[in-house]
Structures are given as C-alpha cells and as structure tokens.
Design a protein around this ligand. Structure first.
Ligand code: CMP
Length: 138
C-alpha cells in the first residue's frame, strides 16, 4: 500500500553541503515529498524526539549532535515507504551500509550518519506530527 515515512537530513550532512544530493537520491528513488523544511532542534526537542533511546549510552552524544545545527525535516510518500526508505538509507553504521545507499555515500560515522528514517507506520505518524502542522503537509 502507499504510505508515508518521516526523514531528517541530519546536521552532519547539512554542514557538509549534502542537502541537494540527498534530496535527489530520495526523489530519484520514487518518493514524493509531502512536507519539507530547514529547521533546528533545540536540546529539549532532541531529547523528546529520541526519548526512546534515553537509556542508551550514546543518548547524550546523540542529543548534542542532533541539536548542533540545522536539519532538513521531510515527509515522504511511496508504495511501501517505510521499508523502501530504510533500504535506501542503508545500515546505521556506514561501514556496513550497502553500495548505492545514502549512508554509504554521505554518512561519516555510526553517530553522524547523515539521515533518519522512521522504523514503523506508527512512529512515522508521531515523528511527522512532531515537526509539521497539518497545513504544512501536502
Ligand atoms: P537513527 O537510527 O536514525 O536513530 C538513532 C540514532 O542514534 C542513530 O541513527 C545514530 O545517529 C545514533 N546511534 C546509534 N547507535 C549509536 C552508537 N553506537 N553510537 C553513537 N550514536 C549511535
């Protein structure tokens, strides 16, 4: 079925000038952009967004990284969007990411891995609502 996923181009990829390259890979792969903006997470926003990882040893580092500069937030639509987008971005650790994936091309490390992709329909809805008002979703 056609469904939606939520993505962020993370601060590392924005700093390194990869917004255009990543959006191009996304649209070339057949995803339709439903919502899109350049924004920045506050420390409180990043803590809330990654609440599920609060007990992990890398949580502090993750919150600091995700709030250090602008990100691009987007909602994407496609047949099988959640799974197909996770395939397109590749493994969390760029050392394990397959050829042709966004992380293989643009990620620098396990923590600074260029892009986010929702892991379920439920989380895509929650994450989309976190970043976008209804009138910003087309
Ligand atoms: P993502 O899967 O999008 O969401 C959770 C993030 O936590 C992950 O991307 C990485 O940015 C980060 N992360 C996961 N594992 C580690 C780790 N071992 N060390 C540092 N950051 C991590």
């Amino acid at each position: 079925a056609t469904n939606r996923t939520f993505t962020m181009i993370k601060p590392d990829a924005v700093e390194n000038g990869h917004i255009g390259g990543i959006l191009n890979m996304i649209t070339e792969a057949g995803f339709k952009i439903i919502a899109l903006k350049l924004t920045q997470l506050t420390v409180a926003d990043a803590k809330a967004f990654y609440e599920v990882h609060a007990a992990r040893p890398f949580y502090g580092e993750l919150v600091e990284f995700m709030s250090r500069g602008p990100i691009v937030a987007a909602i994407l639509e496609k047949e099988n969007a959640i799974a197909d987008f996770r395939t397109l971005i590749g493994a969390t650790n760029p050392a394990d990411a397959a050829e042709g994936t966004i992380r293989k091309k643009y990620a620098t490390s396990m923590g600074e891995n260029a892009v986010h992709g929702s892991d379920s329909d439920e989380n895509a809805g929650i994450e989309s609502a976190f970043h976008f008002a209804g009138r910003e979703q087309f």
